[in-house]
Design a protein around this ligand. Sequence first.
Ligand code: HEM
Ligand SMILES: *[C@@H]1O[C@H](CO)[C@@H](O)[C@H](O)[C@H]1NC(C)=O
Ligand SMILES: *[C@@H]1O[C@H](CO)[C@@H](O)[C@H](O)[C@H]1NC(C)=O
Ligand SMILES: *[C@@H]1O[C@H](CO)[C@@H](O)[C@H](O)[C@H]1NC(C)=O
Length: 318
Amino acid sequence: MASFKAIIPLVLCFMVVSVSAQLSSTFYDTTCPNVSSIVHGVVQNALQSDDRAGAKLIRLHFHDCFVDGCDGSVLLEDQDGIVSELGAPGNQGITGFNIVNDIKTAVENVCPGVVSCADILALASRDAVTLASGQGWTVQLGRRDGTTANLEGARNRLPSPFENLTQLQGKFRDVGLDDTTDLVALSGAHTFGRSRCMFFSGRLNTSNPDPTLDSTYADQLRQECQAGGNTFVNLDPTTPNTFDGNYFTNLQNNRGLLTSDQVLFSTANAPTIRIVDSFAGSQSEFFSAFAQSMINMGNLGPVTGTSGQIRSNCRRLN
Ligand code: HEM
Ligand SMILES: *[C@@H]1O[C@H](CO)[C@@H](O)[C@H](O)[C@H]1NC(C)=O
Ligand SMILES: *[C@@H]1O[C@H](CO)[C@@H](O)[C@H](O)[C@H]1NC(C)=O
Ligand SMILES: *[C@@H]1O[C@H](CO)[C@@H](O)[C@H](O)[C@H]1NC(C)=O
C-alpha cells in the first residue's frame, strides 16, 4: 500500500513532464554522453573526401525542419506507408544521406536505439559550421523521429530559388520563423556549398540581363555553366568552403547567386536590406544571429516524449 501511494505522485510528475516536454542541451548526458564528439568525428572525416559534406548536412536539416518540423522526415525513402519527400521539386538532387548513415552507424555502435536521426542532423549542422571556421552554438536535443513523411508539405513549404522577397517571407512565416532576421541570417548558410546552374541560368540571359546581377560575375557564371544546367558552381564565389560573412558583402555587390539571395538586398525599401548591411559590416553579429536562428529553426515542431520513435536506420521506419 505504501509503495502504491509513492507511485501516484511519480506518475503525475511524468505526465507533467511529457506534456511540457522541451528540447534540452543535456538530453543525452546520461544515455549517450559522447554523442556530440561521435557526430563531430564522422562529419570531420567526411570533409576529408568531400568539401561539401557540411553544406549537404545543414541543408538536410533545413529541409527537414521546414516540413512538419525537425522530425527526420526528409531522410525517409519510399517504403510501406511512406511516400518520400524527395519527390518534391525543392528536394530534387538533395544529397548527404550517406554521411547521415555513417553518423547513425557510429552512434548506434555506442548507444543503440537512443539518438534520433532528427537530432543527428541538428548536431551535424553545428559541426558543419564550426568545421568551416564559423561559430558554433549549444545544440538543443531530445527530438524524436516522426513516422510520417509529407510530400505535399515539401512541395508547399520549401522555398524556391526563383521566388521574390514577398514569397520567401511568406514561407518563413508559414513555418513560424521570423520573416526578416531569421530569413536573412539563415540565408547566410549560402556562404558555402554549391548550386546547379539550372537554378540561376535565367539570370544569365544576355538579351534580358538581370539588373541585380553584376555583369562581370554574370560573365564568369556563363563560363562556368557552359557544360549545362547540372553543373555545380560555388554559392559564395569569394570563399566557397568557409563559413563567414562574405555572403552579405557579395549581396551588396550584386553577387548573390540565386534570385532568392539577391532579393534580400535588391528589393526596393525592403526591411531585409539593413540586416544584410549590418551582417556585412560585422561578421560577429552575423554569427550570433545565425546561431539564434538555427536554434529557432531547430525548435520547429519537435516530436518529443513518447511520440514517434528512434529510428535505427534513418532512411526507414523501425
Ligand atoms: C531562403 C530560401 C532558400 C532557398 C530558395 C534555397 C535554395 C537553394 C538551392 C536552389 C540550392 C542549390 C541546390 C542544388 O543545386 O542542388 C541550395 C543549396 C544550399 N542551401 Fe539553400 N536555400 C534557401 C535557404 C537555405 C537555408 C535556410 C539553409 C541552411 C540553414 C540553406 C543551406 C544551403 C546549403 C548549405 C546549400 C549547398 C548544399 C550543397 O552544396 O550540397 N539554404 N539552396
Ligand atoms: C568519445 O568519442 C571520441 C570520438 O569518437 C573518442 O575520441 C573518445 O575517446 C570518446 N570518449 C569516450 C569517453 O568514449
Ligand atoms: C512576388 O510574386 C508574387 C507572385 O508572383 C506577386 O504577386 C508579387 O507582387 C511579387 N512581389 C514583389 C515584391 O515583386
Ligand atoms: C532570353 O530573354 C529573351 C527576352 O526576354 C527571351 O525571349 C528568351 O526566350 C530568353 N532565352 C532563354 C534561353 O530563356
